[in-house]
Design a protein. Structure first.
Length: 220
């Protein structure tokens, strides 16, 4: 019986030593981003219907801190981006009086979502192509401060992570609740020069690009 106990002990030790490698493949990847550190960079377009003032926003991410590997299927573009975003609704903007040559409007709170598509197919003329794939996170944003002067505008707002889901990218599993649990502050620079969007409901499009930093807890 002694040899049996020794054998069982050896087997238990072997399993214990080998367990961490097995568990590692099950653990979620991506560490929490420190407060005020950059989390993502993005490219996008604001689409507008001038007849009723309706707007919508779509775009793609060019970098996601903490998520390993290229975010593109081949040469970077909207057509090859694995990670995209789209607004779900938009608050009515408050238009402030022009300050000499400075125009300010403040769209009310709204939400936007992030998607992972393992077979990218982004197309600026097809809004649905930016919400194809898996919904991985939804953010609720504050009122936007949008400032225009001459040919450019800037926008800033914060957003709270309201929901997220596990997703697997290049063999690793992530969840934004682990990486940016407290939400983000977004900054972007946009063009005031419209182009034809190719979208019937939103015939004009304006380009923009920007970045976001992680928010911390009040104690950070």
């Amino acid at each position: 019986m002694k040899w049996m106990r020794n054998s069982l002990g050896l087997l238990a030790m072997t399993l214990t030593l080998s367990q961490p490698a097995w568990l590692a493949s099950q653990e979620k990847a991506g560490d929490k981003i420190p407060a005020s550190a950059l989390f993502y960079h993005f490219m996008g377009r604001i689409l507008v219907n001038p007849s009723n003032g309706a707007t919508t926003v779509v775009g793609y991410f060019t970098d996601l801190e903490g998520i390993a590997g290229s975010l593109f299927d081949s040469a970077p573009s909207e057509a090859t981006a694995f990670f995209t975003f789209r607004t779900n609704d938009s608050g009515s903007p408050q238009i402030l009086p022009t300050n000499i040559d400075l125009a300010v409007n403040q769209p009310g709170p709204g939400t936007y979502s992030m998607y992972f598509n393992p077979t990218p197919n982004g197309n600026w003329s097809s809004l649905d192509s930016f919400s194809d794939g898996q919904l991985v996170a939804t953010f609720a944003r504050t009122t936007i401060n949008s400032i225009s002067v001459g040919p450019v505008n800037t926008q800033i707002f914060s957003s709270k992570l309201v929901s997220s889901a596990d997703f697997t990218f290049r063999g690793k599993t992530y969840n934004l609740n682990r990486i940016v649990p407290n939400g983000l502050t977004n900054y972007h620079l946009g063009s005031n020069t419209p182009v034809s969007s190719g979208v019937a409901d939103f015939p004009l499009a304006f380009a923009f690009a920007g970045s976001a930093v992680a928010l911390g807890k009040p104690s950070d």
